[in-house]
Design a protein around this ligand. Structure first.
Ligand SMILES: *[C@@H]1O[C@H](CO)[C@@H](O)[C@H](O)[C@H]1NC(C)=O
Ligand SMILES: *[C@@H]1O[C@H](CO)[C@@H](O)[C@H](O)[C@H]1NC(C)=O
Ligand SMILES: *[C@@H]1O[C@H](CO)[C@@H](O)[C@H](O)[C@H]1NC(C)=O
Ligand SMILES: *[C@@H]1O[C@H](CO)[C@@H](O)[C@H](O)[C@H]1NC(C)=O
Ligand SMILES: *[C@@H]1O[C@H](CO)[C@@H](O)[C@H](O)[C@H]1NC(C)=O
Ligand SMILES: *[C@@H]1O[C@H](CO)[C@@H](O)[C@H](O)[C@H]1NC(C)=O
Length: 403
């Protein structure tokens, strides 16, 4: 009897705890006038206004169903934590208009923001990729932008067929992506999965990214970023960079890419910097426990990254790379050049470690590894041939015009 009472009291306390940590007030967009198949932009803005002004944690709900959405910016600061739960499908217009920040859906200047649900952000990019050609698609909207958020979480949602990058992170502190899906076909141009720039403490976990460009790309000013249990492919693999293209770029520091799988990607794990660049550094970058299935260019440092010859390739890169490791990388490569480390002739790479690499070439013939302006420490199991300064011309592999 006493135990029973204890159990009931404990359960009551638990229920209390759960309900106080949940959002108190729910603003359903359909109560704000959103109609299935109709444009939900104004209803979402109205719900956002109310939730953001709420003095206790609140939630906005986009229920199951299809809703059209014009470019919107949901802006803080808010009075208290806000959650947006998306269960339905949000559909962008097929015109190429972006909001003023360059996004379709932009979340800005919010602390303790949560985006959850099984919902889909459908960017309707199919026509944009074709129209874009080699125009670099700069003006096309990014599906979801997270600008200047702190202590926030993105969980469960899907970004589908973005016109440009799917997800862009800028100026955030402590932002986690968990169980997010990104989906677009291999031929979609410039559709990076998650791009992170100028942010500190970004975690991507248990996430699946199938797209036409980089799976995860990590730009200047990214610090303390971890990418764990992520599946990539198709796409261009996981990239640090490109770095050194613009003035006033900030250092990249403390990046861990762990337990990720790349299927049929155009590159595996790479670091890319432009020749004739501005000064910068990228350090403490660790790739560990990576599975590759039929990947081209599995391990790559490219400090002469210059797609479409839009640079002076004769002037060395001034981005200094140091404390870089590639460890426990397994699987298959569709190209014979298994590892290509081409560092800057101006500032050679420092403290590069390569250990336990077991990558097999899916074709026939000899395999190669190239190390230019770098002397990596090599240890453990190595399926790679000895690293040579330059590669025989017959085996030269184009790094590809990957953005
Ligand atoms: C986020 O944190 C930064 C640094 O602590 C702070 O300057 C900024 O005001 C915070 N932003 C919000 C929306 O709370
Ligand atoms: C990071 O943000 C999460 C909310 O997603 C919060 O629970 C956690 O306490 C924050 N961490 C720090 C160090 O502030
Ligand atoms: C790095 O990020 C993790 C997880 O977000 C956090 O726990 C840790 O305190 C951060 N470390 C630094 C040095 O910022
Ligand atoms: C590694 O990632 C896979 C999925 O990509 C997951 O099933 C597995 O549990 C992860 N391993 C660890 C040790 O986290
Ligand atoms: C890709 O990798 C995952 C591991 O995360 C694996 O389960 C899956 O079958 C692979 N898919 C393809 C198409 O190779
Ligand atoms: C392996 O990758 C190559 C080059 O990307 C591609 O042509 C080929 O179809 C892939 N093989 C399989 C079995 O997916």
């Amino acid at each position: 009897m006493e135990n029973m009472m204890k159990f009931i009291v404990a359960k009551f306390v638990l229920v209390l705890l759960v309900s106080t940590t949940r959002a108190h007030t729910v603003f359903d967009v359909t109560a704000e006038g959103a109609k299935p198949e109709g444009d939900a932009s104004q209803a979402l803005m109205a719900a956002w206004g109310k939730a953001c002004a709420c003095t206790e944690p609140s939630k906005i709900l986009i229920p199951k169903g299809l809703f059209l959405l014009s470019p919107v910016t949901l802006q803080g600061p808010c009075k208290c934590a806000v959650e947006l739960e998306v269960q339905g499908t949000l559909k962008a217009s097929s015109n190429n208009k972006a909001g003023k920040e360059g996004g379709w859906v932009t979340f800005q200047r919010i602390d303790q923001f949560t985006l959850t649900g099984e919902g889909i952000f459908d960017g309707q990019g199919e026509k944009a990729w074709g129209a874009c050609g080699t125009n670099f698609c700069d003006k096309l909207p990014i599906n979801i932008r997270f600008d200047f958020l702190n202590n926030s979480l993105v969980q469960g949602i899907t970004s589908l067929n973005s016109k440009q990058f799917h997800i862009n992170v800028l100026g955030c502190n402590n932002l986690t992506f968990q169980s997010v899906h990104v989906t677009a076909p291999a031929e979609s141009l410039n559709t990076d999965g998650i791009h992170i720039g100028r942010s500190c403490g970004v975690n991507i976990i248990d996430t699946i990214i199938h797209t036409g460009d980089d799976c995860v790309s990590i730009g200047d000013g990214a610090k303390n970023v971890s990418v764990t249990n992520v599946e990539c492919g198709p796409g261009h693999g996981i990239a640090i960079g490109s770095l050194g293209k613009f003035e006033n770029e900030e250092p990249v520091l403390g990046i861990t890419i762990k337990n990720c799988t790349l299927n049929n990607t155009d590159n595996g794990v790479r670091i890319k910097t432009w020749p004739a660049s501005t000064d910068n550094t990228a350090s403490s970058i660790h790739f560990e426990g990576i599975n590759m299935n039929n990947v081209s260019n599995p391990i790559l440092i490219d400090q002469v990254y210059c797609p479409w010859n839009r640079c002076n390739a004769k002037v060395p890169s001034r981005v200094k790379l140091s404390d870089i490791s590639f460890k426990n990388i397994k699987g298959t490569s569709s190209t014979p050049l298994l590892m290509k480390l081409v560092c800057s002739s101006g500032i050679p790479c420092e403290a590069v470690e390569v250990a336990d690499i077991d990558i097999k070439y899916t074709g026939v013939g000899p395999t190669q590894a190239q190390c230019t302006n770098v002397k990596p420490t090599i240890s453990g199991v190595m399926s790679l041939p000895e690293c040579t300064e330059a590669v025989a011309p017959t085996a030269a592999v184009a790094a590809g015009p990957a953005a």
